[in-house]
Every structure is written in structure tokens, then in C-alpha cells.
Ligand binder design. Structure first.
Ligand code: IMP
Length: 178
């Protein structure tokens, strides 16, 4: 098992790349099946979802478009509960099927805020695709359509996810060693 050091924290391998990619392909196939003929607009929430988004897109075979937005709420290893404005959405989403692509749903507050903002723009439907969910941390009632993997409450890095800006580049997902 590999361990890595990021700043003051040590992390060990938790989900190897091959396992991640298998689940990402499964999610893509579900979307291919469900959204055939919908011409969905995928909204990838930066920064954390860039790797998930890239691998997901490679497996999508339906006509679709993609755009990248930002809505950050996180600093260090604890969710602050504070949310920022949505930036980067230039597309008209009215009447469209939108799929939010997130790295992780933790408390769910970020997603809730994003949903509110997007609903105000009158889309036909909003679906959520997330790489990870921490079900025991969820504070809000969310209908999450596509989940690659459910994980325990521990802090993780890698495959796009960071600790204080670092660790996004790793192919595997690592969990913090207490
Ligand atoms: P939420 O608003 O609490 O659901 O937080 C969602 C955001 O927190 C995600 O988009 C991530 O950027 C960040 N986040 C939550 N848990 C982790 C983690 O374990 N590692 C890295 N980032 C995380």
C-alpha cells in the first residue's frame, strides 16, 4: 500500500485507479441509457471534478455539450458551510437537461446552493452526477441521480480532490491516516 505526505498529513491508498475507472464507466453507461436524445449540457464543477469529468466524457456516446463552472466552499479539511457565487456559466440553460458533474458531495450544501442557482434559470431538468458521496455527512435532502462510489466520512485526496490545493494530480484516491 502506498502512502503519501501532503503538508502536515499522511495519506494511504484507498481506492485504486482501476476501481475508480470501472465505476466511472458504469455511471457513463447509465447516463448514455437515460439521456439518449436529450442533448444534455454537462456542467463540471471546478476544480475538484476535472479528472472525473474527463474520464466520464470519454465513455459518453450520446450527443452532449460540456461547460465548466466554479462554486467553491471549502478550505482545509473541514467544510466551512460558506458558499460562493456561481461563476463561468455563459450558456442559456432554459429548457435544457443539465447534468451537474461534481467530485464529492459531503454536507451537500454546495450542491444545494448550486441547484437553487440553476433552477432559477428554468432548465427542463437538472440531474446530479458525482464521483463520491459521504452519506453519513449529508445534511440536506438531495436527489443524486448518479454516484460512482459511496465512502466513509474520512478526508480523502487524489483523482482531482485536494488538501489545501495539493494532491489533485494523483491517479488513485487516498485517505488520511489519523
Ligand atoms: P459540501 O458542500 O460539504 O458538500 O462540500 C463539497 C465540497 O467540499 C467538494 O466539492 C469538495 O471540494 C470539498 N470536499 C468535501 N470532502 C472532501 C474531501 O474528503 N477531500 C477533499 N475535498 C472535499
Amino acid at each position: 500500500m502506498d502512502t503519501i505526505q501532503i503538508k502536515d498529513k499522511r495519506f494511504k491508498t484507498f481506492i485504486p485507479e482501476a476501481d475508480i475507472l470501472k465505476e466511472v464507466a458504469r455511471v457513463a453507461n447509465e447516463i448514455n441509457h437515460d439521456l439518449e436524445g436529450e442533448n444534455p449540457l454537462f456542467l463540471s464543477v471546478l476544480n475538484g471534478s476535472f479528472m472525473f469529468t474527463a474520464d466520464l466524457m470519454k465513455h459518453l456516446t450520446i450527443p452532449c455539450e460540456i461547460s465548466f463552472v466554479k462554486l467553491a466552499s471549502y478550505a482545509g479539511t473541514a467544510s466551512t458551510g460558506k458558499v460562493k457565487e456561481l461563476v463561468g456559466l455563459n450558456e442559456d440553460i432554459s429548457g435544457r437537461t443539465v447534468v451537474i458533474v461534481e467530485d464529492i458531495v459531503d454536507t451537500g450544501l454546495t450542491m444545494q446552493r448550486l441547484l437553487e442557482t440553476l433552477k432559477a434559470r428554468n432548465p427542463k431538468e437538472i440531474r446530479i452526477a458525482t464521483l463520491l458521496v459521504k452519506p453519513d455527512k449529508l445534511q440536506v435532502d438531495l436527489d443524486i441521480n448518479y454516484v460512482a462510489m459511496n465512502i466513509p466520512n474520512d478526508f480523502i485526496v487524489g483523482y482531482g480532490l485536494d488538501y489545501d490545493g495539493f494532491g489533485r494530480n494523483y491517479r488513485d484516491i487516498y485517505t488520511v491516516v489519523e
